[in-house]
Design a protein around this ligand. Structure first.
Ligand SMILES: NC(=O)c1ccc[n+]([C@@H]2O[C@H](COP(=O)([O-])OP(=O)(O)OC[C@H]3O[C@@H](n4cnc5c(N)ncnc54)[C@H](O)[C@@H]3O)[C@@H](O)[C@H]2O)c1
Ligand SMILES: N[C@H](CO)Cc1c[nH]c[nH+]1
Ligand SMILES: [Zn+2]
Length: 433
């Protein structure tokens, strides 16, 4: 049921284009719904948030204050989850923090001979909104992945929103929020949550940037409020692309393909290998292992609609395709993979060697699992501490340095016909004599 393709066959480029095409972006209907909710939240604040939450998540609240969870509630969640899960969350958080610490950008400056000081000052964002999906599944790991880099960057207030349909709260998500140091949590989701974070209401504070994945309503709302606030990215369905030399256990490869396919019917799992017999063996592993998977239906649908086992000429050919696809996750499951790393230009995260299962990166390796999807790894990067920091330029002129720059600026300003600029610069030149 997973399609077979040959990258040397006529028409492959067109087939590949069709395979990669993802047109799941919000349509006019979704955009209309989202715009109405956002406008309502902007105009009526808390009242609108409460109304939409009652309507869409069937939550029995009468005032926005009831949407906030107390610190005691987060502590109780942490105490309620099984000890081994708590330990795993804490270990993962520690590893994410250690990695994030290395990403931290620092301020810098240098002094010129004329005494001018030039530099860049790095500051954390003041307040960030973290969207945690809660409609169909809960992702405590995503809470850690989004909140930890924000805290490492020095963001003072991380405000988390999470829908709790029918009032059902997920203790593991709340425990992860507690471990990651989230400051405030509101049980609100969808476009109304994004609107509240973007515009602010009487109860929910406006933030500087909204991060975190969500469904089509959340993605459309984030796109709509961009400009009013920053956003991280618009994430599409999960993707994995594996390059294998035919010597990795085919069951391992099949399960790695499943690991992303189980996220979503729209997820994309692709294997590239030069040996057609190996592709047959992996296809057989897929057939055998799939029925026992709890999410078999989702996996089957994803593999059928967007999955592929592709025969390539050799590793060089595979690497050329990798750079065209620009996958979210790339597994290099072949001998000598490390030596080829420099040739990979486009990929969100690269998992090197047969033992490096992508799933390890989803939970605990250290790097972030929020990654560019749908080919956007050509121009964007994993979520990181840098997404929660901004830079200000520093220019501090000495009298002599101002005179030197003033002469250059005077000429350029007059060439642009901007006399006030020119005069402003000349004042400093004249003051120096
Ligand atoms: N890329 C990643 O790292 C990553 C991680 C976790 C989850 N995800 C993705 O996030 C998504 C989560 O989606 P979800 O639905 O489970 O949760 P969600 O929290 O994103 O969406 C639930 C909210 O959608 C709104 N909504 C639902 N139907 C609506 C309607 N008809 N009109 C207006 N609003 C409506 C409601 O307000 C509800 O609170 C999935 O697609 C999942 O694959 C991605
Ligand atoms: N693979 C997902 C991002 O593409 C992240 C995730 C969360 N939980 C498991 N996996
Ligand atoms: Zn995953």
């Amino acid at each position: 049921m997973i399609r077979r393709m040959n990258a040397r066959a006529a028409g492959f480029d067109r087939q590949l284009g069709e395979l990669l095409d993802w047109s799941g972006m919000a349509d006019d209907r979704v955009e209309g719904i989202v715009r109405e909710i956002l406008a309502d939240v902007r105009q009526r604040g808390d009242a609108a948030v409460v109304e939409h939450t009652r309507r869409l998540d069937r939550l029995e609240v009468t005032a926005a204050g009831e949407l906030e969870l107390s610190a005691e509630r987060l502590d109780a969640a942490l105490a309620a989850i099984p000890g081994d899960v708590r330990e795993a969350l804490e270990l993962a958080a520690e590893r994410l923090r250690a990695y994030a610490e290395r990403q931290k950008g620092e301020s810098w400056s240098y002094t010129e001979a004329n005494g001018n000081v030039l530099g860049q000052q790095v500051t954390p964002l003041d307040r960030v909104g973290l969207y945690v999906p809660g409609g169909k599944a809960a992702y405590p790991s995503s809470v850690l992945m989004n909140a930890i880099p924000a805290k490492v960057a020095g963001v003072e207030q991380v405000i988390m929103v999470v829908p709790t349909p029918d009032g059902v709260q997920n203790d593991t998500v709340l425990a992860a929020a507690r471990i990651a140091g989230v400051d405030r949590v509101f049980t609100v989701g969808g476009a109304q949550a994004v609107g509240a974070l973007a515009y602010g209401t009487e109860t929910i504070p406006a933030v500087d940037k909204i991060v975190g994945p969500g469904n089509i309503f959340v993605a459309a709302a984030k796109r709509e409020v961009f400009g009013q606030v920053g956003i991280d990215m618009i994430a599409g369905p999960s993707e994995i692309l594996i390059v294998c030399d035919g010597h990795t256990d085919p069951d391992w490869i099949a399960m790695d393909l499943f690991s992303q396919a189980e996220h979503d019917e729209q997820a994309q799992s692709i294997l590239l290998a030069h040996d057609p017999d190996f592709l047959d063996t992996v296809a057989a592993s897929i057939e055998r292992l799939l029925p026992d998977q709890p999410r078999a239906e989702i996996i089957a649908k994803a593999l059928e609609t967007r999955g592929a086992l592709i025969e390539v000429a050799d590793i060089d050919h595979a690497i050329e395709l990798v750079n065209r696809v620009a996958p979210e996750h790339l597994e290099l499951s072949f001998e000598g993979a490390e030596a080829r790393l420099g040739e990979i230009r486009n990929a969100g995260a690269i998992f090197v060697g047969r033992y490096t299962a992508e799933a390890l990166g989803d939970y605990c390796a250290g790097p972030n699992h929020v990654l560019p999807t749908s080919g956007t790894a050509r121009f964007s990067s994993p979520l990181g501490v840098y997404d929660f920091q901004k830079r200000s330029s520093i220019i501090h002129c000495s009298p002599a340095g101002a005179a030197e720059l003033g002469r250059i600026a005077d000429r350029l300003a007059r060439a642009e016909g901007l006399e006030a600029h020119a005069q402003s610069a000349r004042y400093r030149v004249e003051a120096e004599g």
